[in-house]
Design a protein around this ligand. Structure first.
Ligand code: SAM
Length: 295
């Protein structure tokens, strides 16, 4: 029968037809391997009826894997031409997505994912609950953070990112990859490396390796908006001077040495510790003490 997913020929044909020459600036590397697409959908645990948000659908390689599995997909694409053509591609390859009395199982929103708002998502029957995406590499962490903030019900996800970034996101305290992105990601949930991906499944072939990173969101948020804000300020300050002890590195947020030492101690943390040793709940403990004193 006719192809339901995009292989190398379909990807090249569509790109040519749409006049798309992939740009590095937008991280445009398109998946040309249906097996990889099905593997991602399987590892993401996507089932029929799941409400999925996909960032950067591109030509539709992953999107069609999600709709094939019966998901309800909201796709966010910055490139106008790709956003416009995606519905046509899906209509051609999987007409059932648009059939029946129910609303179509694919919606496309043309915007920069970093500017996605609740209003733009508002038209959907219910907010998405699963994130599945092959993220544009230069902005993958900011996009993740923005989505986790914007959609509290986004309870699990699987994203493909540059390997280096993926290992950083999933890292825990004490490892050399542990940094501000790891600590911030850990605010929201548990992260794991779910697999690696060969460069050869992309067109064009990227200059870096990729990994799949999965997360499971905590049932309850760790703290409120004010606490999160202050905690992230501390994380940024601590990792901006990751070689320094906290009593030094946190002064831009906490104040002069004596006040900083006292605040850190009151939180039950050693002022001589360094950023790379601290779990997110310890950053939060310091933030709480500081908020309690500074209002
Ligand atoms: N999902 C497709 C696939 O797997 O073949 C394409 C993935 S490609 C790595 C990244 C996609 O994200 C491109 O389609 C690009 O145009 C889009 N993109 C880049 N920056 C974006 C942004 N800030 N917001 C939304 N989409 C973006």
């Amino acid at each position: 029968g006719a192809a339901r997913l995009l292989g190398p020929n379909e990807v090249r044909d569509l790109a040519e037809r749409f006049g798309v020459s992939p740009t590095k600036k937008l991280g445009q590397n398109f998946v040309i391997d249906p097996n990889t697409v099905r593997k991602i959908v399987r590892l993401a645990g996507v089932e029929a009826g799941d409400r999925v948000i996909e960032i950067g659908p591109g030509l539709g390689s992953l999107t069609l894997g999600l709709t094939e599995a019966g998901a309800d997909v909201t796709a966010i694409e910055i490139d106008r031409r790709l956003a416009v053509e995606l519905l046509n591609t899906a209509r051609q390859m999987q007409p059932e997505v648009f059939a029946g009395a129910a609303a179509p199982r694919l919606r496309v929103i043309h915007t920069d994912a970093l500017e996605l708002s609740a209003e733009m998502l508002g038209a959907a029957p219910a907010p998405p609950e699963v994130l599945v995406a092959n993220l544009p590499y230069n902005v993958s962490v900011p996009i993740l953070m923005h989505l986790l903030e914007l959609v509290p019900g986004l309870r699990r996800g699987l994203v493909m990112v540059q390997a280096e970034v993926g290992y950083r996101i999933a890292a825990g305290p004490g490892s050399k990859e542990y940094g501000a992105p790891s600590a911030k990601a850990a605010w929201y949930g548990e992260w794991r490396i779910a697999g690696t991906v060969s460069r050869r499944i992309f067109w064009p072939v990227p200059g870096v390796d990729s990994v799949l990173v999965g997360y499971e969101r905590f049932a309850e948020p760790r703290g409120d908006e004010g606490e999160r804000g202050r905690t992230f300020e501390l994380v940024n300050a601590a990792f901006a001077q990751r070689r320094k002890m906290l009593r030094q590195a946190l002064q831009p947020v906490l104040g002069p040495l004596d006040v900083a030492v006292e605040t850190i101690e009151a939180a039950g943390v050693a002022p001589t510790a360094r950023a790379e040793q601290l779990r997110i709940d310890e950053f939060l403990a310091i933030a709480r003490v500081h908020l309690g004193r500074s209002g």
